[in-house]
Design a protein around this ligand. Structure first.
Ligand SMILES: [Zn+2]
Length: 404
């Protein structure tokens, strides 16, 4: 039996009495159907109401194929007569988001001919998908502006059932998905949509509509927005974030943008100075390493495992070592192992080929130029053995230059 939907006539009704007409338990959930209800069942992109029936919490509300509305309860209810109470803050929030969607969809269609193909009312924000290509910032501003103008004009909103004869005379924005008499929700001189949802008496109750962002979805566009108390909360959160960031930068809000630009350019200049200082330190380190290194045919061969440096820093040190007419065999140990080989021009071995072969022996891969090459080895524990292998190949080459 279809349940009489009290919210159709009065979406502000928060208490009501009704008869229990059916009961069932499904997957451990206790459910009852009533002869009439003010609870909105999930549908049309809008979540179900919450509240209480006979003082027991209502956890979910769904409608079945026959139009019976089932209330899922936290505990069983014994009596045949129940009084219901709707969780009004939640309902008000849903009405603000839902009716805000009607207005925003109408604004996009009127201004740019973009039709709404779907709507989702989420816990944080809502989205509509527009059938059409990416809308730009000016289009978003215009639609948001028109929607808020309509909200502040506080235009009356009517919801009523019309028969098919009358329906043919109304220019519906959203066509009906049901047969028989159709419920039409109208905003005076602006919009007529077929809808079974809960709506305010006038557009002003939506309060404020704020578009948060938009994104491309294939050939369509998704627009995310918030209305009413959610819009206020969103703007408060953003404002609080700006105030915190400004306090960290020790400036006022109006100076924040300039302060961030200053910090970024300061960071770039410090980075440059740091790179110069590291390059100078590399020179000192290279002189020491070349002097202390083992010599093969009078050429210093520097072997060293490093940690906590970047690959770019290891490359910089390798170049400084080569500047000392020495060969560099450097390992960088991190989550993986990195092997780098570099040689001065007077040594003729092919570093690219040598690194490729040595890293391959240890299950890795690498390569590069004849003068400098690098590669990765999966196991950091193999680092010393790989360096030893590379050093052996270099030694063989220096002692017998025909070798690879
Ligand atoms: Zn609606």
């Amino acid at each position: 039996m279809a349940t009489e939907r009290l919210y159709y006539d009065d979406s502000y009704l928060t208490t009501f009495s009704a008869h229990v007409v059916n009961r069932r338990t499904e997957s451990g959930h206790i459910m009852i159907a009533l002869d009439r209800t003010a609870f909105y069942p999930e549908g049309g992109g809008q979540p179900a109401d919450r509240g209480r029936l006979a003082g027991i919490a209502v956890l979910d509300v769904q409608v079945d194929a026959e139009g019976a509305i089932w209330h899922t309860l936290a505990e069983p209810v014994g009596s045949e007569e129940v009084t219901g109470e709707i969780d009004w803050p939640r309902r008000l929030d849903h009405m603000q988001q839902h009716h805000g969607q009607h207005i925003l969809s109408a604004a996009f269609e009127d201004l740019f001919g973009l039709k709404t193909i779907s709507f989702h009312l989420g816990a944080e924000s809502s989205t509509i998908d527009l059938s059409g290509p990416l809308v730009g910032a000016t289009q978003l501003d215009a639609a948001e502006g028109l929607a808020n103008t309509l909200i502040w004009e506080d235009r009356p909103v009517f919801a009523r059932f019309v028969d098919l004869t009358e329906l043919a005379t109304i220019r519906l924005r959203k066509p009906p998905t049901v047969t028989g008499p159709v419920r039409v929700v109208s905003v005076t001189e602006f919009d007529h949509s077929a809808c079974g949802g809960t709506h305010p008496r006038a557009t002003g109750m939506v309060g404020l509509l704020h578009i948060r962002r938009h994104e491309k979805r294939g050939t369509d566009t998704r627009v995310e927005f918030v209305c009413g108390a959610r819009a206020l909360r969103d703007l408060r959160n953003k404002h609080a974030l700006l105030v915190r960031v400004a306090a960290q930068a020790s400036v006022g809000l109006d100076e924040l943008e300039e302060a961030v630009a200053r910090l970024r350019s300061g960071e770039a200049s410090l980075r440059k100075q740091l790179d110069q200082a590291v390059a100078e330190l590399d020179q000192y380190e290279a002189v020491r390493l070349a002097a202390e290194a083992e010599r093969v045919r009078d050429i210093p061969v520097v072997r060293l495992v490093l940690e906590g440096r970047t690959v770019a820093q290891v490359q910089s040190l390798a170049r400084a070592i080569v500047g000392q007419e020495a060969i560099a065999i450097l390992g960088l140990r991190g989550e993986k192992a990195h092997l780098l080989l570099a040689r001065p021009p007077r040594v003729e071995c092919d570093c690219g080929k040598l690194v490729s072969e040595v890293t391959k022996e240890f299950g890795g891969r690498g390569g590069g130029q004849p003068g400098m090459a690098q590669g990765g080895i999966p196991k950091p524990g193999d680092m010393e053995a790989a360096i030893e292998r590379a050093a052996g190949r270099i030694r063989a080459h220096l002692e017998s230059p025909g070798a690879p």
